[in-house]
Write a protein that binds this ligand. Structure first.
Ligand code: V47
Length: 371
């Protein structure tokens, strides 16, 4: 029998005995949790209590709704000048497994998704050594003009910093140009872990945590909303995770521009950290729940089924998550690193997962308007 079926007093007593009583009181009162409380949550193994508290916050913000989007991932290139230790997706230019799609090819693939009723394309790629800025603006314009019904969620903060450099313009101006060309919103990738010592170990070459936050601050400032992520389950520790979440929360206080937070479970196969194990299901749920509890100013927490599996994503709807991402259709980054999940699913599969969990499915666009 779970504590939630016992009396509220018995539940509070269980939390107090486990050292989480004051956190429960704050959650009930809608008060903000601090770094020390974040650390205590990560130190606790009382996953049902942590999940129950996260569920209180989830239902306070989103009720019984679980969102999903009909979308397609499009990775225009895997060629990348960086060598992040956690990445199995990147390739050197000219390598047998490298690809670069021209604008027509991206539009053709987007057309397949549009033909199936998609509302969003999620476009990210490697940091390519020679594609010009015009490639990116031409791509956005061609997609917008050909399939105006598709929202274009594109380019991580890592790519955007690179694009601004290519454009020879200050970042706000480059971002405005991309927005004018059709960019709807920015995905949350590239954040990894902000803590400098760990970041140095897993992605030394690319932008640092403060630069990632600054790209997002600037994007929000020119009216482009974004998501945020955190890569966990590699060499980071509790303090790095808590610090990462609180840095996101502080920027959200400042700009309000984040829509959704997505914890990303590290997949080790074919990476420079292939000796590490996969993340455990209990840990995936714990990270989702603690994210929901600490990120009190984020509207949405996504359970990314590609990385944690469809079944755990279904359960995550009772541990703080209110979004299951989407149909995806052609996921490549996690699958290069050994993911065993499908590369895509139908709307029906997602809707059934949501209904079976007692939630109400709402199909959305990129910016959470009902589709
Ligand atoms: O930036 C790379 C991560 C990210 C691995 O904003 C890995 O809606 C696990 O950001 N194991 C890309 N993770 C994915 C991403 C994303 C996905 C879905 C939705 C949204 C959104 C954003 O994937 C990368 C990196 O952090 N990643 N390699 C790996 N081996």
């Amino acid at each position: 029998m779970t504590p939630t079926t016992q009396s509220p007093e018995a539940f509070a007593e269980r939390l107090r005995a486990g050292g989480l009583g004051t956190i429960y009181d704050k959650v009930l009162a809608g008060q903000r949790l601090d770094a020390d409380e974040g650390m205590r949550l990560f130190a606790s193994n009382d996953i049902l209590s942590i999940g129950h508290m996260a569920n209180i916050v989830r239902e306070r913000i989103n009720g019984d709704t679980t969102y999903y989007v009909s979308n397609r991932h499009l990775n225009y290139t895997n060629v990348c000048v960086f060598h992040c230790t956690f990445c199995a997706f990147r390739a050197d230019r000219g390598a047998a497994d490298a690809w670069e799609w021209d604008v027509d090819e991206v539009v053709r693939r987007a057309g397949e998704a549009a033909g199936q009723g998609a509302r969003e394309v999620h476009i990210v790629g490697g940091v390519h050594p020679s594609l010009p800025f015009s490639y990116y603006t031409d791509l956005l314009k061609a997609l917008r003009d050909t399939y105006p019904q598709l929202d274009i969620k594109a380019f991580t903060a890592v790519e955007l910093k690179h694009l601004a450099k290519l454009s020879h313009k200050p970042l706000p101006e480059a971002l405005r140009e991309l927005k004018d060309a059709g960019l709807t919103s920015i995905p949350g990738g590239g954040a990894e872990i902000f803590e400098p010592r760990i970041r140095k170990e897993i992605c030394d070459e690319k932008l640092d945590g403060n630069e990632w936050l600054d790209v997002m601050r600037t994007a929000h400032g020119v009216g482009i909303r974004s998501n945020a992520t955190m890569l966990y389950g590699h060499v980071e520790d509790d303090a790095a995770r808590v610090g990462h979440l609180l840095a996101l929360r502080a920027l959200q206080d400042e700009t309000g521009g984040f829509m959704c937070f997505i914890p990303l479970a590290f997949h080790p196969e074919n990476t420079g950290m292939s000796d590490l194990p996969d993340t455990a299901g209990m840990f995936d749920l714990k990270v989702i729940a603690i994210s929901r509890l600490l990120l009190d100013n984020f509207d949405h927490i996504k359970a990314y089924w590609t990385m944690i599996g469809l079944k755990l994503a279904q359960v995550a709807q009772s541990f703080g998550a209110d979004d299951l991402d989407g149909t995806i259709l052609d996921e490549r980054i996690t699958h290069a690193a050994g993911a065993k999940t499908p590369v895509g699913v139908t709307r029906n599969v997602l809707e059934n997962l949501i209904r079976e969990a007692g939630r109400v499915p709402v199909e959305r666009d990129s910016t959470y308007n009902p589709a």
